[in-house]
Write a protein that binds this ligand. Sequence first.
Ligand code: PLP
Length: 406
Amino acid sequence: MSVTDIARRMLSAKAEKFTESVIREMTRLALKHNAVNLSQGFPDFAAPAEIKEAARQAISDDINQYAITWGAKALRDAIVEKFERTQGIRVDPEREITVCCGSTEAMMSAMMAIINPGDEIVVFEPYYENYGPDAILSGATPRFVKMKPPTSDDDVWSYDPDELAAAFGPRTKAIILNTPNNPTGKVFTRGELEFIRDLCVRWNAHCITDEIYEHILYDGTDHITMARIDGMRERTIVINGMSKTYSVTGWRVGWAIAPAETTAAIRKVHDFLTVGAAAPLQQAGAIALKQPQSYYDKLAVTYAEKRARLLEILTASGFKIYKPRGAYYIMTDISAFPDPDPKRFPAATRDVRFAKYLVEKIGVASVPGSSFYNDPNDGASQVRFTFCKKEETLAAAEQRLAKLRA
Ligand code: PLP
């Protein structure tokens, strides 16, 4: 038996059940092919100077040792103040907040804190690809509820309420919500949240709500946290972080806000997973979260301009686009393009072949739609692009995508 065979036999069944992140792989391919990277959602422009200075200062002040495992007090206090200012809910910094290594770890810790063998979670599809491995690693069985693409520019992604209701049952432990949503840009309305609330109450389920794009909103949409919906405060785990709002995806600072008993369990999981997020960056986070409302307004305006720019570029290049109402991604339909080379990667779905062709031959990296679906065939005609990029980057993408028309 070869070394590879022996090593493979010693892997966990869980780790065998999922692949590496397609989104992160696309960034590696973009680097390899020197392509314009519109795949992974990280800004390629500078973070606010004041926040960077706060991080430098924290290191100079020797905030270099472990913070309290569930988060530096200054950051937890800032989270409380901001959550109250923006969503009108006051939480207890001592018992209801866990600061983690990004919202990614907050989501994982939350799931590991509440899931037992046999538990089911309800997940809207398409979904942010991490939720699949999160479910496998925590031992949850996902029940997917399909969202349908909009049929016009005024329409939004929607789902069948009966299908959603049918996904809940006595085994349901939680629903995973992501609003504003990646990859669709859907922003859930109060009416939709109330419908989900009724199901959570009926089946005694949690709602884990990933609100990392809370400030990136367009067309007058409003972000409402599920924790604000009557009857949901006690069963909601809010996941959030600094990555997207302050353009610091590499800092890895996020948090979970949850009722005290749930938080106690999340804190234990978090402590033994990572001990804590980077102490000086938590300190800088406390400064970041004190930005005035004008900062968040400007962020939304800047992204609205970038959304308009990429919508224009993609439309001109022949993509059918689904206009997002929040977050910074555009899902597109690629049916109008011929299958680039069916003989290459014949086992892959068409979106994967298209994304590979785009990165290798056109020089633009995107994310194949199938990575957002449980059954890859469901995403075979979709590809996602991000617009959290400088004008130069978008202009370079425009030039290269023009080749598609030829
Ligand atoms: N949640 C969603 C919906 C995302 O799109 C992303 C990143 O793309 C994350 C979480 C990751 O957040 P963090 O950097 O805080 O781990």
